[in-house]
Structures are given as C-alpha cells and as structure tokens.
Design a protein around this ligand. Sequence first.
Ligand code: KIV
Length: 302
Amino acid sequence: MSTISISPTTPVAPAATAAAPPTRRKQTVRTFHLKKQQGEPITMLTAYDYATALAVDRAGIDSILVGDSLGMVVLGYDTTLPVTMADMLHHCRAVARGAQYALLIGDMPFMSYQVSVPEAVRNAGRFLQEAGMDAVKLEGGRERVEVVKAIVDAGIPVMGHLGLTPQSVHQLGGFRTQARTATAAQRLLEDALLLQEAGCFSLVLEAIPEQLARFVSQRLDIATIGIGAGVGCDGQVLVTHDLLGLFDRFTPKFARQYAHLHQVMAEAFAAYKEDVQQRRFPGPEHSTEMSAAEWQTLLANL
Ligand code: KIV
C-alpha cells in the first residue's frame, strides 16, 4: 500500500493533538481583556467545519472565528459578498459541535447588519440562539456605531473589524493595504476609539501598516487582533486554509504556511487512485467475509 508523509515547516508537537487537559476552561471575552492586561498574545484561527474546529480547539487556540472568508476558501466565490446568513449559521453549528473551549465568534455576512438596526440585532441574536456562537463580528467604523451599541445592548458581545474590510472590496478598489496616509490612519484611529466606546470587546485590524496597528493597540483598552498588521497587535488571526497551505493558487503575503496540505492531498489522492487501479485497495483488512456455512447455504439455495 502506498503511504504519504506530512512534513510541516514547523514540527507539530504531540501535545497539540492530545486530549485537552482537564483544567482547561471555556474562553470568554474576559480572556481577551485579561490577556491584553497581562501582555499575553491572544491566538485566533478561522474554522468552518467540525473536524477543523476540533483540531483548533485541541491545540489550545483562544478563539475560533467562523469567518465569512468561508465564501472564498470553502465555497469558491471570488469575494465574501455572496455569503448568506443561512451559509454562516450552517457552518457555525458545525464548528460549535467541534469546539468546547475556544471563544466562538460568528462573522455577520454582507447585508445582515447594514439595512436596519433591528434587523442587525435579530441576525446577531441568531448566531447565539441557533448556532452556538459566543459573539459576533462585523465590519466598519463610525457608520456602525449605532448598530454595535444596539447589539451590545441586547447582551451580545461584538468584535469590530477595521482596515481592509473585505465586504467593501468594491469600494476599496480591491484587496489592498489600507490607512497608508496620515489622514486615513487618523480616521482609522478615530473609528477604533468610537467602536470601543460603542461597546466592542475587541477589534480585528486587517492589512494596515505595522506602526499604525501598534499605535492603535496601545491607545485602546480593548484587544486588537491583527491579520497583515504586524506583531504590535494584542493577538493574531489567520485564515486556517492559508496556514495549512490548502491552496497552491494563492497565499496572501502576510500569511505564513505551517504545512503544505494541498501537496499532501494531491499525493494522497494519487496514491489512492494508483491503489484502486492496481487492486491494492481494499485489502483483506478492509473487507468482511461471510461464514463458510452461510455461503454454502446461499449457493445451495440459488
Ligand atoms: O472572514 C474572515 O475570516 C475574517 C478574518 C480574516 C479576520 O474576517
């Protein structure tokens, strides 16, 4: 039988796949506040399905984001815009079944919070009530203050998202680094302060200059989670498909690949194909025999 081996760039510690230690506690928004206070980096990854959520949770990652990036990396769209509430709730439920300890954050999809405040509150509530999430994330700055306040008033923790906000890709003219001018950087800082005042428990800072992300993180009491924003944020998030190297097509400049699973999958599929064609799979260990007596009875009856 052909076999394949996984060669991650960074060795995987056996503890990463072991069962969770019994003392581990469910992470909450307080974890974010405490880690920020203690200067301890917060870890966050995306997950969109049960198996990945299980593995991310067992690795001890603080928080799982069910990002609307699933539209691109799981569903194959060019942008996140086609993703619906139904898509998000479906994937959030799968993640909630797999993760026991991480703080679970559901990403509000395009048009689920922009139309009206009551609709936004109702949609945010569905992530907690129907899909097992602990919090929601939404994109935008000062224009979202009213909606953030209303969702927080309903008892739902909200994570903000500034910088490259993919749901505005057409307005931004593409997936490009944001806030590179002094004016844009000042506006981003003002937005961050307004979102904090509105009640966000944390902010994602995506694709902005390193020194700006560090400055904003120092000015805020709430934790910032960076992606393509340098090491000065209070925590980091990556899209798990980028980290695992699940695509050979495109990896964002800011993502580090810790494995090359696209290659591993290609080798495994080719090995399977070869085994089937050569009748090496299934082997006796994968098959079941009828007892000789039953077989003889069958033949006799035919
Ligand atoms: O949708 C997503 O995965 C995100 C992260 C990239 C922050 O918003």
